[in-house]
Design a protein. Structure first.
Length: 307
């Protein structure tokens, strides 16, 4: 008997279901727990995650949303290790700033960007499962944090100007890296409930963070109609195949330290890897990026498959 409490993967939810405004509260709940402030999503902006395409990579799903304070929040789910991952995250946040800053705008109106990465692989070394980073300035000699203040003028009860100084908010991008694999299923805070859900596709009865119960309803596998169920199963299969491709590529040295001229016994494994990739309707360029094989090698293998 099928488990009625089984939840769909969060990357599928972002990719296919978040286009419906009635589902916004699921992502709002996750972000509220992580950022420790109430998040209300106003808009879903253009992103890779909300584009419908069979050729999208299954390794990564991302979405860009705007909250009621006009902050731009990037939420990305990464299933497999990617070289230069931090560099790409930096590029992504920088691109959002540039894309939403128009010529003639005042610099004070630059969008605040928050980048949230949900990682299903170990990035770097460390024991924590949530890492936070931003840009701050400290004295090279005193080590004190630089505080920049704005002059604020208000009118007091007697109609006179009252001058005060308020510390300026940090306008630099903020980054959150959530390492799912390092989470030990120990729930202490609201965000832990959401990470538990991300890792186990399950929400416990005692969970009580904002919108967590709504997430249990909206991510329930039984909610999918027959067409979406088939598409979801294909999505899971595609992820499994891509992980197999990446694993094989690493084991065979096609990624990092690629070795040419492997013994002939490896040829069959190459053919299987490319065949699996072809079944996903990936282009030769995408197969090359996944496996590290040259386009020439892939073309030769494809010819063998046709014979």
């Amino acid at each position: 008997m099928e488990n009625s409490n089984k939840l769909i993967r969060f990357d599928w939810f972002i990719k296919k279901m978040l286009r419906d405004k009635s589902n916004f509260n699921v992502l709002e709940g996750l972000l509220t727990a992580l950022l420790k402030k109430d998040i209300v999503i106003l808009n879903i902006l253009e992103s890779e995650g909300n584009q419908i395409s069979e050729t999208n990579k299954f390794n990564r799903v991302d979405i860009l949303v705007e909250d009621e304070s006009k902050e731009k929040i990037i939420v990305e789910i990464q299933n497999e290790r990617e070289s230069d991952y931090l560099e790409r995250v930096l590029y992504g946040s920088s691109k959002v700033i540039v894309d939403y800053f128009k010529l003639g705008d005042k610099y004070k109106d630059i969008s605040k960007v928050i980048s949230v990465s949900i990682l299903y692989f170990n990035l770097g070394t460390g024991k924590d499962y949530i890492y936070y980073g931003t840009t701050e300035f400290y004295g090279m000699n005193t080590k004190e944090k630089l505080k920049v203040k704005n002059k604020v003028v208000q009118i007091d009860d007697k109609g006179k100007d009252k001058v005060s100084f308020k510390e300026k908010a940090n306008i630099f991008p903020e980054y959150y890296l959530i390492n799912i694999e390092r989470f030990k299923n120990i729930v202490k805070e609201d965000i832990d409930e959401w990470i538990y859900m991300l890792k186990n596709s399950e929400i416990k009865k005692e969970f009580k963070s904002k919108y967590i119960k709504e997430a249990e309803k909206q991510l329930n596998l039984t909610k999918l109609d027959q067409k979406d169920r088939r598409a979801y199963e294909k999505h899971l299969e595609a992820i499994a195949i891509e992980r197999d491709i990446m694993s094989t590529a690493k084991e065979e040295g096609w990624i990092e330290g690629r070795e040419e001229g492997r013994e002939e016994g490896r040829e069959e494994e190459k053919i299987v890897t490319v065949k699996n990739a072809i079944s996903l309707n990936l282009s030769i360029e995408q197969i090359s990026a996944l496996t590290g094989l040259s386009i020439k090698t892939i073309t030769e293998i494809m010819k063998k498959l046709e014979d």
